[in-house]
Design a protein around this ligand. Structure first.
Ligand code: MN
Length: 128
């Protein structure tokens, strides 16, 4: 029996349909997930659970994803957590902007099942 712990992913997304879809895909992919609808909740969960990866929507009510990332990077318990921007913006140059903001990666919505699972595997440095 494989008792290796599942990698844990925190998904931050305010759109309930998108959130459910992301959670379904990741759970089927073998990940253990937590979810947050907004920034303050995301920061609390990140501090408490220290997930292996955070998928962070940029457009959130109240505190946006960039502010959430800045907060995470300023807190000792969360500053090293790999965090990937999830964004619907399709503007040229955005990718560079997000990476400059110290995101570890960038995924543009809508994300396909294949694209999501491949990207997550890569960000977690999991084998092939
Ligand atoms: Mn959103």
């Amino acid at each position: 029996m494989n008792t290796k712990p599942k990698p844990r992913i925190l998904v931050v997304e305010d759109n309930p349909v998108n959130l459910e879809l992301l959670l379904d895909i990741l759970e089927i992919g073998g990940y253990e997930c937590s979810a947050a609808f907004e920034g303050a909740q995301a920061i609390e969960i990140a501090k408490r659970e220290h997930p292996d990866l955070i998928l962070l929507d940029i457009q959130l009510p109240g505190m946006d994803g960039i502010s959430v990332l800045e907060a995470l990077r300023s807190i000792p318990e969360t500053k090293d957590i790999k965090t990937v921007a999830l964004t619907a913006y399709a503007m040229r140059g955005d990718r560079e902007m997000f990476l400059e903001k110290s995101f570890d990666g960038y995924l543009s919505k809508p994300v396909s099942v294949k694209e999501l699972l491949e990207a997550v595997k890569e960000y977690l440095n999991l084998p092939g």
